[in-house]
Structure formats: C-alpha cells, structure tokens
Design a protein around this ligand. Structure first.
Ligand code: FE2
Length: 670
C-alpha cells in the first residue's frame, strides 16, 4: 500500500529568488528513499511563494532524515537560480518535519537538507546522516577558503571580488543595488560633484560649510555648531563614533610631562592634578600606535601624521574636558604641551591634531579591524567548521550574514592600493597595513569582552558615558540569550569539551584569525559552558552592538571635516604662538580629500531598507520550541532596553541613539 507525504517548499522573498528552472525533490528516510518528484515550477516557485504537493511512496520511508533538492536547467533558457527558504514534510501520521534550507541552488546542482533539530556530530544517529555531515563540511571547505590579504592581519575569505563568493554569501539584488559603493552618485546626492576633482585648499571654514548641507542631519548640524568647544571635544570620546579609547589616568606618564601648574586653571581652585588623579577624575587618550608610522603622499604631496596624547578632566559639572595635549610622543622643547589657556588658534590646532589621529584609529582599527575583519574570522570559521544542523551554526549565522560581501568590497575599494584610504587619509600607502599589524600584535580577548574592557580602562564611573551604559545593556541581553540557548544543548561542561566541532571551530578562529598569538588570551579551546557563553556573547556583540556604535554615526560625527580631518597637509607646530587661522586651513585636508571622505562615510552610513535588526531571525534556523522561546525572550529584553534608552534620551540635549536595539543591525552588512 502506498504512503503519502505532503511536501511544502518555500521560496525566498527577494527579487530573483524564484525560478523557472526544473526543480525536483526526493525524501530520504530511515527505512527507504522516495523517487524524485518534479515540481511544476512555472508560477509555483515565484518569490515569496509556497508550493505544496504530495509525494507517493511504495514503502513507508520511516523517519524522514533528509530532503534532496535538484535543479536542472531548461534548454535554451539562461540559468535561473532558486533560493529555497525551507521545506516541510507532513508524514502519514500527521507529524510535520521542518527542513530549514536558506540556500541558493545555482546552475545544475543539488542540495541535501537535514531535518531542523539542532544536533551535535555525536547525535547523527544514522550512517546516512554521518555521510551527509562529511559531504556538507567538505563542500563548505571547498567553497569558503582562507586567504591572506597581507601577512600579520586576520586572514580573510578567498575572493577577489564579491561576485567570486558563493551566492549564499552575496547580497541579494535589492541590497546590492541599494548599497552599491559609487562615490560619483554620492557626490551628486550631496551636491559635491563640482568638488571631487578640485586640487585646491579651502580658504576658510565658511567655504567648507557651504560645500555640503548638513542642516538636515541633526547631529552633524550640532557638530558644525559646537566642534570648537572643549566640552564637546571631550563628549565625543564617550558618545561620538569612536567611543572606546578613553582610559582613566592614574599617573602622568613620563613621556607626557604635564605639571600641576599647567592644568591648575582648568582644574579650578581648591584642588590639584595629584588630588584629581587620586580621585579618579583624570582620563587620557594616547595614540601611541601611530608613532613612527610613515605618512601618506597624496597626489605627490607629502602628508603628516603624529601620535598625540590628550589629558582630560571629568569636572564637577560632570563634563569631560581636555586639559593638555602633546602632539608627538617624545617630550621636549620642540614638542610643547598645548593648553586651553594658550592662544585660541594654538589650542584649536592641537585639538585638530588629536581629532586627526582619532579619525585614523576610528576607521582602521575601531571600525575595520575590530568589527569588520574580526567578524569575517568568525564567519569563515563558522562556515568551514560547523554544519547547518549544529546549534552554534543556527545561533551565529544570522549575525554573520553578508559580512563576507561587504568586507570583500572594502578590500577592493577602501583599503586596496589606490583605494579611498590611499586617496584621502594620512595613513594611506604603507601606513595603513603597519597600523593594522601593530594592532594585531596588541589585541587581547579581554578587549573584545565589553565588561572586562570597561574595567581595564577604569571608566565604569565616568559620568555621561552613554555608550558604556547602552553597550552594557546590549552585551548582557545577548549574554542572557546565549546562555539560554547553550543550556538547551549543553547540559554540562563535559558536553562542551566533548564537542569536537566546537573545539575545531575555536582553534580555527585562534589560528587563522588571531594568528595563534598566545599572548592575545584568545581561547584555543572552550572547556566549559561559561567559556562558551562568553565567547559567543563576544562574537554576537562584536557583530551587532560594537559595529553599530562605530558605524552608524560616521556621517553624523565625520561629515564636518574640521572635526574629522582624514589627513594633515602641514607639519605639526613645534612652538606656541605661531598659528593663525590661515595655518589651520593650510593644514586641514583640501577640497578633494574632504569630498572623498564625506561621500565615503555617507555611503557607509546607509542602512539598507532590508536591514535586519538585532534579535530578528528572518531565517528560522531553529525549528524546536525551546530555542524559539529563547528568541522571544531576547526580543522582549531588547524592547525593554529600547524603553530605557528612550527615557534616558528624553532629558539629553544630544540624544545617544546608536545602540537603540531597533537601529542595531543583526550582522555587519555595511
Ligand atoms: Fe561598517
């Protein structure tokens, strides 16, 4: 007697997800396999559609373990790729089994999809499933290979351009069209087209202001108005687009010999530098990593790069204000310590040198290395070492989506020879790679684990540090979510330790990504549930909150060029009292450099209309009730955080919104 299985296939909703190619499906059961069943594709597999059909079998197939999908081309018709979201199979006993797919079938191909229950390798209880595991990992490792862009920085996906990537790793067409990196269109959008080829300097700040209309971008308009103010300068270290550098200063470094006398007018009466150091009110930012890095040459003109240090004071009004700046690392008469009490142009130019250093660190390290390139490590290792059915693959993949595409584009257009960094930044040329390599020599696991980083920087009590407050909320929400998921699949520490897939994955991240540097403190294996939970929290936070904090506000904080100079065209001053406005204008980037940077950050600050916000799992990879309940709890947690941030923001002159959960993308996709 024949047995009937009701099979439903769901096609993805994006443009081009549907197909008119020949699609067939067969079922693999624990007792037997069905024949191939051809789906009539015309009108049935259009974007967003589901198609249900009956598959008859002579025999009872037993437990349905796998679904096989086949795609064959039609004669004389161009190949038409198909994106299958999922397949469900209703067995004769009415039990419904889910097969999450979320993959493209391209060309003449087939794809085997495992039933949706998350499982570790030791839980593949049938030989056919073990064989599936081997085939899946093998084909993944062929499709996703490591490559070295330059030695000494994290290894990356092997692909010259995004079109070389497997289609599963590429943007969908709508995203491609919206996020196309086209500087010319950005110049047009911004009304800067006439500036893009200008080799001239700016004559004055009014010209800069007229070059782009920032009046409709509230934060940028605020920056234009307040950029010269000391309280604003300090505020940016906490809540600007690079809010992770500020550190408490417990003693004055010998290379930055600030005296009590120098800062007494900034500190006010009745206190001293020593007293404020002891109270924990003195903070420092040190750009030492830039020291000795060769400066770029742009269009044959030598640029200048220094490694400043800035001392700041958290004053009784709870504002963080700069109180001393030394532009170069070595102290001496040719390297004066600039003070707020100096002439206004001296002090203004000293602050501009600090902002210039910050612009380099922000783009190359805080943004590129510490979010984009690290996320790529996690992505490639996950694809190579964890199969679809692994609980960590299901957990992590939504947070790694599209990162390979955007990063391949960044290597092609931003950090490539002749790319945007070379065209407009003082760290272009040989410098950019040296900075990345130095940072890789210094990076620690602790630094990426937010609570540890905040503690080591001594900034837990720094007032008005909204980034810290919001980032901690996001970190702990992710942490609770991850803990709930991990506890479903790992009943104790031994289960973690015995999971060979996890151990190989962690080793791959350590060796390929973090270049096997033992001193980094990155785990080479994960021995307990607590270690696993922390590691996963770090990954998801890096790919979501950490990236949002340094990415989303780029145009807000960087579009007013004097606040974010990408290069310096004159050497730093070596004495006080010699600087005027003309010197400042000659030092700042010229018209073309400004236009390139403003257009670039305009493009990089865009959010795709199809962006997926943190905690939204469009791809329903978890099919069981328990993890799905954890997702709901996570979403409620994030809603609560939204309310708290919105309430805090009500009383702020400048709202801090970059870590509002609705504005955080689930993965690094821009
Ligand atoms: Fe980004």
């Amino acid at each position: 007697m024949s047995v009937t299985y009701e099979v439903t296939v769901a096609t993805g909703g994006s443009i081009q997800a549907g197909t008119i190619d020949k699609i067939s499906v067969s079922l693999v059961g624990s007792l037997s396999n069905s024949d191939k069943f051809r789906i009539w594709t015309l009108f049935n597999l259009s974007p967003g559609s589901t198609k249900t059909m009956n598959i008859e079998s002579e025999d009872n197939l037993g437990e349905i373990l796998l679904v096989k999908l086949y795609k064959d081309a039609r004669l004389l018709i161009p190949e038409d790729s198909w994106y299958c979201q999922y397949v469900t199979v209703k067995a004769p006993n009415n039990a419904v089994h889910n097969f999450p797919c979320y993959s493209w079938l391209v060309g003449e191909s087939s794809l085997t999809v495992i039933e949706g229950k998350a499982r570790r390798k030791c839980e593949y209880q049938y030989p056919i499933l073990e064989e599936h595991w081997v085939n899946e990992i093998q084909s993944r490792q062929e499709a996703y290979q490591w490559s070295t862009f330059v030695p000494g920085i994290p290894r990356n996906i092997k692909a010259e351009s995004a079109s070389d990537l497997p289609k599963d790793a590429q943007f969908t067409l709508d995203r491609k069209l919206y996020l196309i990196f086209d500087l010319d269109s950005a110049f047009l959008d911004l009304g800067m087209n006439s500036l893009k080829d200008s080799q001239k300097m700016w004559n004055n700040l009014e010209e800069v202001q007229k070059s782009v209309d920032l009046s409709k971008v509230p934060v940028a308009a605020y920056v234009v108005k307040h950029w010269k103010e000391d309280t604003f300068f300090g505020y940016q270290y906490m809540n600007g687009s690079n809010p992770q550098l500020i550190k408490q200063c417990t003693h004055i470094p010998s290379k930055f010999p600030v005296t009590d006398e120098m800062v007494s007018s900034s500190l006010g009466p009745g206190t001293s530098l020593q007293e404020e150091l002891q109270k924990g009110n003195i903070y420092i930012v040190d750009y030492e990593i830039l020291h000795g890095i060769p400066a770029n040459s742009i269009l044959g003109k030598q640029q200048y790069l220094e490694a400043p240090m800035c001392l700041l004071y958290s004053n009784p009004e709870n504002d963080l204000i700069p109180i001393a700046i030394q532009i170069r690392q070595e102290p001496g008469p040719q390297n004066p310590i600039f003070l707020p009490s100096d002439g206004k142009y001296d002090w203004c130019l000293a602050k501009i040198w600090v902002r210039h250093a910050d612009a380099q660190i922000h783009q190359l390290l805080s943004h590129l290395l510490e979010t984009h390139l690290f996320a790529e490590i996690f992505c490639v290792a996950t694809l190579r070492k964890l199969p679809n059915a692994h609980p960590l693959f299901k957990l992590l993949m939504p947070h790694l989506k599209y990162t390979l595409h955007i990063n391949t584009g960044a290597r092609e257009l931003l950090i490539s020879d002749g790319g945007v960094i070379d065209k407009a930044f003082s760290t272009g040329g040989a410098g950019k790679v040296q900075i990345l390599q130095r940072a890789m020599d210094q990076i620690t696991y602790s630094y990426l684990c937010l609570p540890e980083d905040l503690a080591s920087r001594g900034v837990e009590r720094l007032p008005k540090y909204y980034y810290r407050d919001d980032a901690l909320k996001i970190w702990f929400a992710i942490n609770r979510f991850v803990e709930n998921i991990v506890k479903i699949y790992y009943k104790d520490d031994a289960t973690v330790l015995d999971d060979s897939e996890i151990q190989e994955w962690a080793t791959e991240i350590f060796t390929e990504g973090f270049l096997a540097r033992q001193s980094s403190g990155f785990p080479t294996m994960l021995q307990t549930r607590a270690e696993l939970i922390k590691f996963l929290t770090m990954i998801i936070f890096t790919c979501s909150g950490r990236h949002a904090a340094v990415n989303t506000g780029q145009f807000d904080w960087g579009s007013w060029m004097p606040n974010n100079p990408s290069t310096m065209q004159k050497p730093a001053p070596s004495e006080k009292g010699k600087t005027g406005m003309f010197d400042i204008m000659c030092t700042l980037p010229g018209i073309q450099g400004t236009a390139i940077v403003v257009a670039t950050i305009y493009l990089l600050s865009k959010t795709s209309p199809s962006a997926t916000k943190l905690g939204t799992y469009v791809e329903e990879r978890f099919t069981e009730a328990e993890p799905r309940a954890c997702i709901e709890t996570f979403q409620k947690d994030l809603q609560q955080i939204t309310l708290e941030i919105e309430k805090r923001n009500e009383s702020l002159e400048l709202k801090y919104e970059y870590l509002l959960p609705d504005l955080i993308e689930n993965s690094i996709a821009i």
